[in-house]
Design a protein around this ligand. Structure first.
Ligand code: B12
Ligand code: SF4
Length: 473
């Protein structure tokens, strides 16, 4: 069988003039996972439009496309194109799960939820000549999960070729998160077998790894065993977790000991009322500053995620947040405009309150205001969002945040990471065009790896506060 997998470009990434580095970071892991279910004799191609022009004059029998909300328009155009050429077109992923009826108009078969159970079932039906129109995932397990077919993509096109996921979903249920709708109808958090995860890690070349799991620390038992198993592997790695899990004694230390050097954390907001309203109760009454100190003492950099436009946010929220983030010495911050993704509890509430302003999915990229904010205008929200980025990544603030670090090596690492990431966007564009990305991976490893030499081996991690004071205001 001739089968083609496509990751269509997110709208912004279609520009021929600008290649933001974030679209050349990770290979299409979801599709490589699905490809692993095919047979040896199948002729498989996998194209990622973020890093290569698509071949559109080929004639696959089966086409499988992953659809994100901001690539939906492009995905549907590609689906229509291949259906017109006689291929059987399958659409799946987050956006198809959220809006299956919309997607079905462009597909022969749609898939909702994770694909590990539905995709093999479909393949069997397809080969038997009776493919269904829709497959809904209900069986949630990663048992016997084959290794993703990483041989199908060119790792040299990505800065971070060694991305992996060793769990699916998250045990929490925040109102704005895609997670609840994507995993409906079955378990919404489950992990690989530890041994299986370790074997996959060992198979990856080089030093650097990026775990794309929503919350890698979510199961302390699984994560603890994973980190124990990774000790001695000489890896440096990055991932995501919650504030609460960072404050737990023990797990973070194990993670740092086996190579954790940078962690993405959803702080979301400095206002407890916002946390309550968004169902993000696991962040309530936690000492954010103590979490950051613990990470810093272990040589782990922080990528802090914040959401603007929550109902308690007024015009002052941008400055307050940036000031706090700089004062904490955060290396990187990712800001988002609150985005009510279809299928989420937040979306349902916004619809009920008549506050949705646009259903142009291209604008659902967390950089546009698509709903009516409670305490400011949509324009003020967008302006504030951009000004927060500008302020946080101004040289004055980068130097100020770097100045909170102990010793010149710590300060230099901060400057190299933060400056190299956000201040060098035009340089990244050029590097991507020259095909030189792989040359920068050793540099990334060096900057990340230097963290361990800084402080942690000389001093113990910051003690946990005996009682958690309320959130900083
Ligand atoms: C990698 C990643 C990216 C990459 C995407 C490119 C890539 N190479 O994949 C980059 C860095 C570009 C990116 C950007 C953004 N991202 Co992103 N990203 C992710 C991340 C961390 C991992 C995706 C992944 O590989 N998952 C692992 C694989 C195994 O799962 P999967 O891809 O979902 O595939 C499975 C199923 O979906 C299904 N499936 C998928 N496709 C198909 C097709 C068929 C035919 C079938 C049968 C099944 C199927 O089967 C697969 C196996 O189970 C996810 C979080 C997550 N953990 O998933 C966020 C996530 C997808 N991103 C998100 C967001 C919000 C963004 C941004 C908007 C953030 C921002 N402001 O910058 C931008 C988009 C900017 C824009 N212009 O739109 C949200 C999406 C929310 C939503 N409802 O759409 C997520 C879920 C994070 C979160 N927790 O909120 N992202
Ligand atoms: S903790 Fe993060 S991944 Fe988990 S439900 Fe909340 S926002 Fe989603």
């Amino acid at each position: 069988m001739r089968i083609k997998f496509i990751l269509p470009a997110l709208t912004e990434a279609l520009s021929p003039y600008w290649r933001p580095i974030k679209y050349s970071l990770f290979p299409p892991l979801g599709l490589a996972t699905l490809a692993a279910y095919l047979d040896e004799n199948d002729q498989i191609s996998l194209e990622d439009e973020h890093v290569q022009p698509l071949t559109l004059d080929d004639d696959p029998e089966l086409v499988a496309i992953e659809v994100y909300i901001t690539s939906a328009q492009r995905a549907y155009a590609l689906a229509d194109h291949y259906r017109a050429r006689g291929a059987h077109v399958c659409l799946g992923g987050l956006h198809v799960t959220a809006l299956p009826v919309e997607a079905a108009a462009h597909a022969d078969t749609i898939f909702t939820g994770p694909g590990e159970d539905t995709w093999p079932a479909f393949l069997k039906d397809f080969r038997a000549g009776r493919p269904g129109k829709a497959y809904h995932s209900t069986v949630r397990t990663l048992e016997n999960l084959p290794f993703p077919r990483r041989d199908l993509f060119d790792r040299y096109r990505y800065l971070v070729p060694n991305s992996l996921v060793v769990s699916r979903g998250c045990p929490h249920s925040c109102d704005f998160c895609y997670k609840e709708s994507f995993f409906q109808g079955g378990k919404s958090f489950y992990t690989l077998e530890v041994e299986r995860a370790l074997t996959e890690i060992e198979s990856l070349p080089g030093r650097h790894l990026y775990f794309l799991d929503d919350h890698l620390f979510a199961s302390p038992r699984f994560a603890g065993a994973l980190f124990d198993g990774m000790r001695g592997m000489e890896r440096v790695w990055q991932s995501a977790a919650t504030v609460a899990s960072v404050l737990q004694p023990g797990l973070l230390e194990k993670a740092a000991a086996c190579g954790l050097r940078s962690l993405f954390i959803g702080f979301e907001t400095l206002d407890p009322a916002n946390l309550r309203a968004q169902g993000k109760r696991h962040n309530l009454h936690l000492d954010y500053a103590a979490a950051i100190r613990r990470l810093r003492d272990l040589g782990v950099m922080v990528n802090a995620s914040f959401v603007f436009g929550l109902d308690e946010d007024d015009e002052g929220v941008f400055e307050r947040t940036v000031e706090w983030a700089v004062g904490q010495g955060l290396e990187t911050a990712t800001f988002h405009i609150l985005t009510p993704y279809p299928g989420t509890a937040l979306h349902a509430r916004m619809v009920a309150e008549g506050r949705i302003l646009s259903e142009d999915w291209n604008l659902y990229d967390t950089r546009h205001t698509v709903f009516r904010p409670a305490r400011m205008s949509p324009e003020q929200l967008e302006e504030g969002y951009w000004s927060a980025y500008k302020q946080f990544y101004s040289w004055a603030n980068i130097l100020k945040a770097a100045g909170t670090k102990e010793g010149w090596l710590g300060q230099l690492r901060h400057l190299a990471y933060t400056g190299g990431w956000k201040k060098a966007e035009p340089l990244w564009d050029w590097v991507i065009r020259q095909g030189w990305l792989p040359r920068f991976l050793p540099l990334l490893e060096e900057v990340l790896g230097s963290g361990r030499k800084l402080k942690s081996e000389r001093e113990p991690a910051a003690a946990l506060p005996s009682s958690q004071p309320p959130l900083p205001q």
